[in-house]
Design a protein around this ligand. Structure first.
Ligand SMILES: Nc1nc(=O)c2c([nH]1)NC[C@@H]1CN(c3ccc(C(=O)N[C@@H](CCC(=O)O)C(=O)O)cc3)C=[N+]21
Length: 302
């Protein structure tokens, strides 16, 4: 078998079309565009690229878009003061604080300070709690998990009843929320991680395999059940001397070429989950704006 490649860029483009329509409809109804503020602390070059891409997509979607860059030496109190100002700004519907934050700033405290109604990352305990209580329809859901589910459902349809989903990785950002979303689709869910015994065997029982461990190409083709759908959330930059001195390339958590011979469908890296993450950030911003204005929740499923 050679797996179908799930084109994250193409699916993200469809989601972004829906975002543009919903954004225009929102502006018609309220007289203002949805507003997104992205906060970046420090000068990490990878983070700068992500933040720039987010700003570009926000403008393409017709949003009011703000970027706040604070020096790496900033105090926690100053970050909290900025979050407080954005919470109080009625034209801002979404606040994203780019992670990781520099040492010395308590991430937990910063995320708690964001108004849950503006928490487009879905990391505030209120949104985590709503998702875990099966009330995802009232929550803002983290972008990467939500985007991964849209890619998965483009292959499987919305019901995963009778399917075994194995999530490798237990982070608050991906592993745990994606497991909740899979459960909500009636999958039988196993959360495995770096300390799981017999990891390869467990993966081989997965009809749906979600890889979110952050280890380049750790999941081998021999770990994949024939016909499985594989969602590779990993974004790992590794040295690529074959491309020249000091060059790097992006790989996932799955050995894609091997897995392609076994799986029925697989997301590539790059061009899989990554583009969906940004598209879902835009979708979450329109959702937050709509809910804040008492409008119906827009739908972005493909
Ligand atoms: N509060 C917060 N929310 C985030 O959502 C967040 C964050 N902090 N910190 C950093 C990570 C990383 N992240 C990515 C987004 C898009 C791609 C993406 O589009 N990747 C492209 C490739 C990009 C490239 O070539 O480098 C792809 O996979 O095709 C990757 C990674 C969001 N993050």
């Amino acid at each position: 078998m050679t797996a179908r490649i799930i084109d994250g860029k193409a699916v993200a483009a469809v989601v972004l079309d829906k975002v543009r329509l919903a954004s225009a409809a929102f502006k018609d109804k309220t007289g203002r565009p949805p507003g997104l503020a992205v906060v970046l602390v420090g000068e990490d070059p990878a983070s700068q690229v992500y933040v720039r891409n987010k700003g570009r997509e926000a403008e393409a979607a017709g949003f009011r878009s703000e970027q706040h860059t604070l020096p790496v030496s900033v105090s926690e109190a100053e970050v909290l003061a900025l979050v407080g100002k954005l919470n109080a700004d009625p034209g801002i519907d979404g606040i994203l604080v780019q992670l990781p934050l520099p040492k010395g700033i308590d991430t937990e405290r910063v995320l708690l300070a964001i108004d849950p109604a503006k928490d487009v990352d879905g990391f505030h305990p209120i949104n985590v709690g709503l998702l875990n209580a099966g009330a995802a329809d009232k929550a803002l859901v983290p972008c990467t998990p939500a985007g991964s589910m849209i890619l998965l459902e483009s292959v499987t349809g919305s019901s995963l009843a009778g399917k075994h989903a194995v999530v490798v990785g237990r982070s608050n950002i991906v592993g745990k929320p994606v497991a909740q979303l899979l459960l909500q689709r009636d999958a039988t869910v196993t959360i495995a991680h770096s300390k799981t015994a017999n990891l390869a065997e467990i993966c081989r029982t997965a009809d749906v395999l979600v890889a979110a461990v952050g280890r380049p190409e750790m999941i081998r083709g021999s770990w994949v059940k024939p016909g499985a759908v594989v969602i590779d959330v990993g974004v790992n930059r590794i040295p690529a001397p074959e491309r020249g001195e000091g060059k790097t390339r992006l790989v996932g958590d799955v050995a894609t070429a091997e897995a392609m011979d076994v799986a029925s469908a697989i997301t590539p890296v790059p061009g899989g989950v990554g583009p969906m993450t940004i598209a879902l950030l835009m979708a979450n911003t329109v959702t937050a704006a709509s809910l804040r204005e008492g409008l119906p929740r827009p739908v972005f499923t493909v």
